[in-house]
Design a protein around this ligand. Structure first.
Ligand SMILES: [Mg+2]
Length: 238
């Protein structure tokens, strides 16, 4: 039976964090300009609302992220001008919504590493969390289905879902690994279902990941996805 690698998408195969950071900087400057509050305070407000709203009913749906930016603009303008400024709200919504059609470049060496792993006999499975339309856009943009065997997109990453994917692709837990930049999403559920896990350095996404902390230690660490060919060792496979 082939060994299987379950691969996270955002900030593992492709860069996402930088676009989100840029959007919050840009919206903070719009809110600061409209209210007189400092860009730092505006950014803190955006981040607080954004982080809190992740736990609300909209979770990781596409509309939730830009809606949080819009709410931050409404709150700030209400405090400074007595009523929410709808125009500033729409500007901030549009800035945040722009991340969903961003460039999303693949990290260096990703295609080569995927190709080498597959040639070495690995079954490759992308397991990604987010709005289905947005995640599909990123996958198709880079033709990632040509490089992997299966793709699963979901709004959460639970151990139960992981178990179902393992069954669906016929993976052997003894030779299966998970890889990703989130302890909460990519390490914890993998260890819970009994497979090994590699934590990637979250890079520009480090601050965002802090709120989803987990005390579970990965089996291995890697600086970036392309390094895992060496970390796992091609000779691992017969
Ligand atoms: Mg990720």
């Amino acid at each position: 039976m082939k060994p299987t690698l379950f691969i996270d998408l955002d900030n593992t195969l492709l860069e996402c964090g930088a676009y989100y950071l840029r959007a919050s900087d840009e919206a903070a400057s719009v809110i600061a300009g409209a209210t007189g509050m400092s860009p730092k305070a505006a950014k803190d407000l955006i981040n607080a609302i954004d982080n809190a709203a992740v736990y609300g009913p909209q979770g990781f749906s596409r509309d939730r992220f830009p809606s949080s930016f819009e709410h931050a603009a409404h709150v700030a303008t209400k405090i400074y001008h007595g009523k929410p400024d709808m125009k500033i709200g729409v500007m901030c919504y549009d800035i945040a919504d722009g991340v969903f059609t961003a460039e999303y470049a693949l990290y260096d060496g990703v295609q080569k590493a995927l190709t080498e792993l597959r040639e070495a006999g690995w079954q490759l499975v992308i397991r990604t969390k987010g709005d289905p339309e947005v995640q599909e856009y990123k996958i198709q943009k880079h033709n990632l289905r040509d490089y992997v065997d299966h793709v699963f997109i979901s709004l959460t990453k639970t151990a139960a879902e992981f178990e179902a994917y393992i069954t669906a692709v016929g993976a052997d837990k003894a030779t299966s690994w998970s890889i990703g930049d989130s302890r909460k999403d990519d390490i914890e559920p993998a260890l819970a279902v009994g497979i090994k896990a590699i934590l990637i350095d979250p890079g520009s996404n480090a601050d965002w990941q802090k709120q989803f902390a987990s005390d579970k230690e990965p089996t291995l660490h890697a600086a970036r996805f392309a390094d895992i060919v060496n970390v796992l060792g091609i000779t691992y496979v017969v």
